[in-house]
Design a protein around this ligand. Structure first.
Ligand code: HEC
Ligand code: HEC
Ligand code: HEC
Ligand code: HEC
Ligand code: HEC
Length: 416
């Protein structure tokens, strides 16, 4: 990486008018591919950073942050088109206002007040490197008048320098021989360390993950508020940006990743036989400082409890087709409704009907009498779904199996 200091330019972001990145050919195999304009760091593509930060780029590229734009995420895309409009059109508004969705799902476009997401690579990259690494201040998600201030609007971003989480300062000038402690290190983009506290704290996530309401003021997502209410300080980065190969993991896995979903709970199954009756108790401890499931209101988790006989046949299960109506106590979900109290989709909801999600750091216990004999195996599975059954049917055309099918959050078995 020392060859980096042969880079020719200085003060890249603020001063250079139109420039192809003249990185040494070793550092950037494809120089000239991307260009940036003066004062427009929010148009710098993640590919530029990825030419050096290869591992972090690959992690980010596979994350939902890189797929959050309405042209990339099929689920968000379907909602966006329905609720707001065409993501390939300029000047789209919602009730005369700039579409709030873009402030979180395409923050670089929001900074530029643009709605045509395919007009710049960095717009369609969703939450990309320069968006997070230019954050200088978190203003909070509540305005003085009590209204919400969301996503990009909750922050201030530098237009001149990247922000280093380590707190060190960098310049674009080559680090001279015999540099002292007061000489900034070298980075191809100017980078300052004064706001490292922001990048190290939950605030760097809160603008987008604290909470969000629909147009009727009904709370939809509230991950940050859930953690604040749990009164235990836990850093988002400690789980979502754990150390991998010596650096902070940028995959930021969540509900889309089974390996992450499997880390959420501890599930314990106990089955006893009394007077010829089987009694099963399932204890589920949510290890997280936020609810399980957290986030979007259609995320849902349920318990499937099955008893098998000697031949492997199902002799009993806690539901036949779906637990939502057949065994509601086994369903962990946030339910929104209309004025009449009937379930409603998030954009249309007028009130919260119920919230049976697992509370942070809390255990829930479920008991079942199993009216069957000759049981050989009792199996408990905790299943996580990104979408409710009704939405799976409605969005069927845009869904891949990965988005449609449940993920196994926990598994336990008792054999007789
Ligand atoms: C030409 C290669 C190169 C490019 C392009 C590049 N970086 Fe870096 N970056 C480095 C090197 C090398 C370091 C390590 C500096 C050190 O430790 O001395 C670094 C360090 C960093 C750090 C950590 C700084 C700290 O001390 O906390 C961040 C954040 C960062 N880069 C972000 C970016 C972003 C965002 C982009 C794209 C806008 C980018 N980099 C483009 C080479 C590059
Ligand atoms: C103790 C580890 C831990 C901490 C701390 C933690 N999370 Fe999580 N988080 C998880 C796990 C495990 C999941 C996967 C299960 C789920 O979706 O609830 C998850 C899921 C998520 C999701 C996915 C929701 C979705 O719809 O897919 C978001 C968003 C999230 N966390 C944000 C945060 C934020 C923001 C913070 C800090 C305020 C935070 N988390 C702190 C472990 C943690
Ligand atoms: C969602 C916001 C976000 C995005 C997007 C993001 N980063 Fe980061 N990055 C962070 C935070 C927060 C840290 C500090 C983590 C810590 O130290 O706790 C960090 C740390 C880093 C570091 C220092 C890593 C280490 O452990 O020393 C580098 C380098 C870096 N990011 C580069 C990039 C590049 C390149 C991209 C795009 C491919 C990118 N980041 C995208 C938020 C982000
Ligand atoms: C500019 C807004 C923004 C910031 C800042 C931000 N996120 Fe996100 N994040 C999003 C959006 C939007 C999505 C959802 C993308 C989608 O599903 O379309 C998301 C998704 C996630 C997910 C869910 C992944 C999944 O599998 O569904 C996790 C976990 C997450 N972010 C963690 C973090 C953490 C931790 C931070 C702070 C270090 C952070 N985010 C900062 C906007 C942001
Ligand atoms: C305050 C930030 C914020 C705003 C504003 C926002 N979202 Fe999101 N959205 C997120 C985050 C963060 C996630 C994913 C993590 C989670 O579930 O919390 C997400 C996830 C989603 C998902 C689920 C995507 C998936 O892959 O499963 C849909 C759909 C969605 N948003 C639609 C919208 C629409 C439509 C709008 C505008 C009307 C909007 N969002 C506004 C932050 C936001």
């Amino acid at each position: 990486m020392r060859q980096l200091s042969h880079v020719l330019y200085k003060s890249l972001l603020p001063t250079i008018l139109l420039l192809s990145l003249p990185l040494s050919s070793q550092a950037n195999p494809d120089p000239g591919k991307t260009s940036i304009k003066a004062g427009a760091p929010h148009e710098v593509s993640a590919e530029v950073c990825g030419s050096c930060h290869k591992e972090i780029y690959a992690e980010w590229k596979g994350s939902m942050h890189a797929q959050s734009s309405a042209l990339v995420d099929p689920i968000h895309g379907a909602f966006y088109r329905k609720v707001v409009g065409d993501p390939k059109q300029e000047g789209v508004t919602k009730k005369g206002k700039f579409p709030v969705c873009l402030r979180c799902h395409a923050p670089n476009a929001a900074i530029r007040k643009k709605t045509k997401l395919d007009s710049k690579i960095a717009f369609n990259e969703g939450v990309n490197c320069v968006f997070c690494h230019t954050l200088t201040k978190f203003k909070g998600t509540t305005k003085p008048n009590g209204k919400l201030r969301l996503g990009q609007a909750a922050y201030e971003n530098s237009t001149t320098a990247l922000q280093a989480p380590s707190g060190k300062n960098y310049s674009t000038a080559e680090k001279p021989e015999g540099a002292s402690v007061t000489t900034p290190g070298f980075h191809p983009f100017p980078m300052e360390g004064g706001n490292s506290a922001l990048l190290k704290s939950n605030d760097v996530c809160m603008g987008c993950h604290d909470r969000r309401n629909n147009f009727h003021g009904v709370p939809l997502c509230a991950t940050g508020t859930e953690i604040a209410d749990s009164k235990v300080f836990t850093s988002c980065q400690s789980c979502h940006m754990a150390t991998v190969n010596g650096h902070a993991d940028h995959s930021m896995a969540g509900g889309h990743t089974e390996d992450m979903v499997r880390r959420a709970v501890i599930m314990d199954l106990n089955v006893s036989k009394k007077d010829g009756q089987y009694q099963a108790t399932v204890k589920i401890l949510n290890k997280l400082p936020h609810k399980f499931p957290t986030g979007a209101p259609f995320r849902n988790v349920y318990l499937k409890l099955t008893a098998y006989d000697d031949g492997g046949n199902v002799v009993w299960q806690n539901y036949k087709t779906h637990p939502m109506k057949e065994d509601p106590k086994a369903m962990f979900v946030y339910t929104l409704g209309d004025d009449e109290g009937k379930p409603a989709m998030p954009p249309k909801a007028k009130k919260v009907l119920s919230d049976t999600r697992l509370e942070p750091n809390t255990e829930k216990s479920l008991s079942y009498q199993i009216p069957a004999s000759g049981i050989k195996v009792v199996r408990a599975e905790l299943l996580y779904n990104l979408l409710l059954p009704k939405l799976v049917t409605q969005l069927d055309k845009v869904l891949t199996d990965d988005l449609r099918n449940p993920k196994q959050a926990a598994f336990a078995e008792v054999r007789f």
